[in-house]
Design a protein around this ligand. Structure first.
Ligand code: 13P
Ligand code: SF4
Length: 311
């Protein structure tokens, strides 16, 4: 790429010229969030992708999010800035092992968190996101046993909120499972008036310290609506860009992980996407998400079931 190129201008031009909509998650770097046509949590992004009428979708997020867009809107060309932008949680649930696990619980309904591959979605009955997980589980009759996959921490939180036993797949997210409880307590002591907001992918000892637990969109709404002016943020630090934009007068402190070499918590997969790669994906029409139609159709059913239940 010519270093003199104005990436903002070029991206805007290419979006128009190629009839592409740029969707982005709150964990993307600030510039990508700013140039996106729509920014949201996993549920809002899935809904928006389903409704897209443009020729192409460029999904600035991780692979399972772009794959979900393709599943819900298959006639569109779906691009992702970096095909290697995966998700440790999705990787923690290999389809063969999960199929064997499911076979051991033949009378169970499978509720899977959207952070999973198309193969796992195809093995599931209903998908959920962190926005609607508790409501989805509550929409299932009490006597129906449930497998919840792949995140054991989100599963444990849902189990507590819905007061219901769930058979949990033991997956986790490398970003949220590594927040340091000790450092969080230190931050709370240093900022006694601050409220702690956390994503439900965090382990229970972290969630026990939180004043509010929710998906990225719910956390953003909370910090805007709450009267408090300082928040300790226990989720991927990219979201702080959006918090500062929405609430320039408030203070946001990123929680820390146990790695002394890293000052804040960033998802290494989300951060593979850069402005340069957004530009190249628009220019070259690649990398593109491809999926076999029979897999897509099987993976779509539990997603549609989720969308039906979370109007
Ligand atoms: P949200 O659906 O809350 O945006 O979460 C997505 C995610 O990947 C969390 O790690
Ligand atoms: Fe996956 Fe965790 Fe990154 Fe979210 S933050 S995309 S769950 S690895």
């Amino acid at each position: 790429i010519d270093p003199g190129l104005d990436l903002f201008e070029e991206i805007e031009r290419l979006k128009k010229e190629t009839d592409t909509i740029l969707l982005a998650h709150y964990y993307q770097e600030g510039d990508i969030q700013d140039i996106a046509d729509f920014i949201g949590d996993s549920l809002d992004l899935a809904r928006r992708a389903q409704a897209v009428t443009h020729k192409r979708i460029l999904f600035a997020g991780v692979h399972f999010m772009a794959e979900t867009a393709k599943i819900l809107n298959p006639s569109k060309t779906v691009l992702i800035p970096d095909m290697a932008a995966g998700c440790s949680l999705a990787d923690s649930c290999p389809p063969d092992a999960f199929a064997a696990f499911k076979a051991k619980h033949p009378d169970h309904l499978v509720v899977s968190y959207i952070n999973c591959t198309a193969e796992i979605k195809a093995l599931s009955d209903i998908i959920c996101t962190s926005t609607n997980a508790v409501d989805i589980v509550n929409s299932i009759p009490a006597e129906q046993p449930i497998i919840f996959a792949p995140d054991r921490f989100l599963g444990a939180w849902v189990q507590k909120k819905a007061q219901r036993d769930l058979v949990l797949w033991q997956g986790s997210c490398i970003v949220h499972e590594n927040f340091s409880h000790k450092k969080l307590i230190e931050l709370k002591v240093a900022h006694p008036a601050a409220k702690v907001v956390a994503h439900p992918e965090c382990p229970p000892d972290i969630l026990d310290e939180a004043d509010f637990i929710g998906s990225t969109r719910k956390i953003l709404n909370f910090v805007s609506d709450d009267a408090c002016d300082t928040f300790i943020v226990v989720t991927e630090a990219g979201i702080i860009h959006q918090m500062k934009k929405n609430e320039p007068e408030k203070t946001f402190i990123p929680a820390l992980n146990d790695d002394e070499t890293c000052s804040c918590n960033e998802c290494p997969f989300m951060k593979l996407n850069t402005m340069e790669k957004v530009y190249l994906a628009l220019r070259d029409g690649a990398p593109e998400i491809h999926m076999e139609e029979s897999l897509r159709a099987r993976a779509e059913l539990p997603l549609l079931e989720m969308l039906k239940r979370s109007k």
